[in-house]
Design a protein around this ligand. Structure first.
Ligand code: UDP
Ligand code: MN
Length: 344
């Protein structure tokens, strides 16, 4: 069968040796020994969004949004515009990318895949890394919908965290076997439709394939996989984008859940256009505009600026410029200007 590359054996010991020999690149960083996290995202090598470049502009702003989030939390970030393995085109391309980055960066403890169409809408919330110490894969999802209902919508593969270890390399291998484009991908689409309760027999997608592994080989994968639903590791945009003003009235950044979602993911929208969009393009675009401005206000606010409204690009000053700049008390979000572990 198809393989992502030569089988890697004994990886955990190899990585431990590397870390021992390179004490300047610890996998856990001070203070609090937080895992070193690499955010991984990307988009197609092709230009996006037709002649007006509208899709590319959205991709630019969605990446600016991730750069903002990574800066204020001290995460590394990698953006790929390459398809590393022609067999694994489209959304499958994240698998060879994650493998290559894992092997090249033994100092990285956790890799966080985030789709290009996912927007960080809570700049203050950081995943509770310690909670995942005994797990190798963290997916937004629900146990009953995966192991009970066997639904392909029981997880979302647009934002997940995976540990740099042998277990994960093995998972990527098993997962990628369903992805080679053409006949194999179509054949597995039928297998997935058989095994899952709510999926038709179209070509295999990475999300269904992952649910398939969890429900058909639980002995192998279940124990080390955490399905997270206590906050929006991925949040479905339709339930979110009309509520930002209400959130501002009732909530505050740092909650990360439906009251102030960590991620607003534009599932079923196609910023680059194309025939597969499930929602009205204008509604998608308006929602993305609002999500991006809502997020940007949390950044701009630290510098004394805000958008005039979530629907427009114009900004205005909201704090008066002062001649005594460092005198003011730290505002709540201002702590993000100086992330603690970066100083260490
Ligand atoms: N992607 C990529 N290269 C590609 C195609 C997709 O890096 O050639 C990434 C991109 O981040 C995208 C994700 O894979 O958001 C999922 O792909 P999908 O086609 O499902 O796009 P979406 O529905 O998220 O727009
Ligand atoms: Mn997506």
């Amino acid at each position: 069968p198809y393989s992502l590359g030569p089988a890697v054996s004994d990886y955990d010991a190899r990585r431990a040796n590397w870390l021992r020999d390179h004490p300047g690149f610890p996998a856990f960083v001070a203070p609090g020994r937080r895992p070193r996290v690499l955010m991984v995202t990307g988009s197609s090598p092709r230009r996006c969004g037709g002649s007006d470049g509208g899709g590319d502009h959205l991709l630019l702003r969605a990446f600016k949004n991730k750069a903002d989030y990574c800066r204020v939390h001290g995460l590394d970030v990698f953006y790929s515009t390459a398809v590393l393995d022609a067999e694994l085109s489209g959304f499958w391309t994240k698998l060879p990318l994650l493998r290559a980055l894992m092997l090249a960066h033994p100092e990285t403890e956790l890799l966080w895949w985030v789709d290009s169409d996912a927007v960080f809408t809570d700049m203050a919330f950081e995943p509770p890394w310690k909670k995942y110490a005994r797990h190798n894969l963290v997916l937004p999802g629900w146990d009953d919908r995966v192991y009970g209902t066997r639904s392909w919508l029981g997880i979302n593969a647009g934002s997940f965290v995976i540990r740099n270890c042998q277990w994960s390399l093995d998972l990527l291998d098993a997962w990628a076997r369903m992805g080679p484009r053409g006949p194999v991908r179509y054949a597995y689409g039928k297998v997935l439709a058989q095994a899952l309760s709510d999926r038709e027999a179209y070509e295999a997608d990475d999300q269904s394939a992952l649910v398939y592994l969890l429900v058909t080989q639980p002995d192998r994968w279940k124990e080390k996989t955490f399905l997270e639903s206590s906050y929006d590791l991925h949040g479905f945009w339709v339930d979110i984008v009309d509520r930002y003003e209400e959130m501002r009235r009732n909530g505050k950044p740092g909650l990360g859940d439906h009251r102030w979602p960590l991620v607003t993911h534009f599932v079923g929208c196609k910023p680059c256009g194309g025939q597969y969009a499930s929602y009205d393009a204008a509604r998608c675009r308006q929602g993305m505009e609002r999500a991006l401005n809502f997020a940007d206000d949390q950044i701009l606010g630290m510098y004394g600026f805000q958008h005039e409204s979530l629907n427009v690009t114009a900004v205005r000053r909201v704090r008066s410029d002062t001649g005594g700049p460092l005198d003011a008390d730290d505002k709540e979000l201002a702590r993000l200007l100086h992330p603690r572990f970066k100083a260490a």
